[in-house]
Design a protein around this ligand. Structure first.
Ligand code: DGL
Length: 275
């Protein structure tokens, strides 16, 4: 039986999901979170649906063993490849996933031309096709997979020349087509918004879906009577299947957690796959 004091489970292929965690902490400071970055397998973008489903299932089992009351698939690639699969495997568990924010982009663009940055697996998934079909009418979408950008962000290179070059290769052709909106279809990408905005210019709107996803988490918790609004601030526990020391070094840069050093626990990736 889940209780409202239980934590929320959040996972991504790596540190990308921390952009959703950041929004959740702002909107629901009383909630506790168990965060899992599957850095032993990042990037997910080039992987098969079956592999991503296997990883996502093992991580979900791990998060449920930590008494998570709801699971946030804070990864567009895993949402595209595994969200429907997870809901079938865990019918009693509430899930919230990611969806490229084509709808708000289509509603606000003035030029009718919108750029979408996401991974190959996200673009290939049925979820993206459905989003485009439902909300993309009347706008011209320009897609780019930004090869290597996830790895740059995993290495903490948020404004290096090589990161800039990846973004210029993606954005320049779109800007020449007169886009006025960029949709971030990968949870890693909000960490390079300053660089994207610098390249695109101040008149191009960059849409980070994290705040909207956090509002959806809150709505679902409220609907299930699981929203924790007790006085004290919630805790966050971090887990990775990759290099825990490297993630510990990166957290202050990504989350701005001030002085308090966060410990990252290591989980053997085989423990995840074999769950
Ligand atoms: N951050 C994830 C996403 O939103 C996955 C990126 C990857 O591992 O390729 O798609």
């Amino acid at each position: 039986m889940k209780s409202l004091e239980n934590p929320i489970g959040v996972f991504d292929s790596g540190v990308g999901g921390l952009s959703v965690l950041r929004a959740m902490r702002e909107q629901m400071p009383n909630e506790s979170v168990i965060y899992f970055g599957d850095q032993g397998h990042v990037p997910y973008g080039p992987r098969s649906m079956e592999e991503i489903q296997k990883f996502s299932e093992g991580i979900t089992r791990f998060l449920l063993e930590q008494n998570s009351k709801l699971i946030v698939v804070a990864c567009n690639t895993a949402s595209a490849a595994a969200l429907k699969y997870l809901r079938g495997r865990f019918p009693d568990v509430p899930f919230v996933g990611m969806e490229p924010a084509v709808k708000p982009a289509a509603e606000t663009t003035k030029t009718g031309k919108v750029g979408v940055l996401a991974t190959p697996a996200t673009f290939q998934g049925a979820l993206y096709a459905s989003v485009v079909e439902r909300f993309g009418a009347g706008v011209e979408l320009f897609q780019h997979t930004c090869p290597g950008l996830v790895g740059q962000i995993e290495n903490g290179e948020l404004d290096s020349m090589s990161t800039r070059r990846i973004l210029e290769d993606a954005l320049t052709p779109m800007l020449e087509k007169n886009i006025d909106t960029v949709v971030l279809g990968c949870t890693h990408y909000p960490f390079v918004i300053p660089l994207i905005q610098e390249i695109a210019g101040e008149y191009v709107r960059v849409i980070d879906p994290a705040p909207a996803v956090s509002r959806q988490v809150r709505r679902l918790l409220e609907a299930k009577g699981l929203l924790n609004e007790a006085g004290e601030t919630g805790y966050t526990e971090f887990f990775t299947s990759g290099d825990s020391a490297a993630m510990e070094m990166l957290l202050p840069k990504l989350l701005g957690v001030g002085g308090d050093v966060q410990t990252v626990n290591w989980v053997n990736e085989l423990e995840i796959i074999l769950r």
